[in-house]
Ligand binder design. Sequence first.
Ligand SMILES: [Zn+2]
Length: 291
Amino acid sequence: MNGLRRAGAGCILVFAALLAGSEEHGPGTAGATPADCQRAKFRVVVDVGHTVGVPGAMSARGVPEYTFNLRLGEEIRQALLAAGFDKAVLLVVAQPPPLGLVERARRANNGAADIFLSIHHDSVPDYLLETWEYNGQQNHFSDRFQGYAIFVSNDNADRAGSRKFASLLGRELQTRGLHYTPHYTLPLMKGRRRELVDAEAGVYRFDQLVVLRDTRMAAVLLEAGSIINRQEELELAGPDRRSQVSAAITAAVENFCALRSRQRTNGTVERLSRPSAPVHPVGAILPALAR
Ligand SMILES: [Zn+2]
């Protein structure tokens, strides 16, 4: 997870303790085929995590997370466009948290997105950082963990859809030889431990994330890998890894789009897992936000 860095710019931290909850599974993909998906009408929002001014984690070689997020986000959008998802958009927000997070969710909701996918790159909590010298500069690193991680919120209005898309995405990433990091389940993560809700696909539950909680469509946050890990940073900086991730996302979107089309045809779309989507006044989220 992207820890609070030396500059104090955190990714997904400083939240309340893990909430226990029951596991839910969305509907299966059985019966849905790619032909069921109306790609040109399907709206995917690719959210570039963090901002220029508050760029998130710092990599082992001193590159801000935002740089990785933007580069990968642009490539994902291009892959979606090439696959016929003409309404795929890149969401870049200048306003820092917490208002910027509210803005991201608002723009996805106003745009009637079918999928909201937030792109991030991972780090570790400060107490796990080690020091090394790179290019004559002191930098921090941690080679303990590597791999992607996917997060969903049980408070999202489309909980079942979020779970389903997250699981589809995890499986597509693994099909391409990528692996998720299990370290969010470890005691050393302390208050940042997360419940692993899909142990095959690498999907964790993180209810309080504003961009997942306040969006009203299937919403997933992807940590594409760890940029604080010196080897994985090199991989994440290269075109092959971006290409793998973009292809996995495109395949997962295709599958989810087909599934949703089939469900709509059959009248079996599972929507709200609770009575209504919440409205969170900004003041209520301020204490909970660090990203
Ligand atoms: Zn981040």
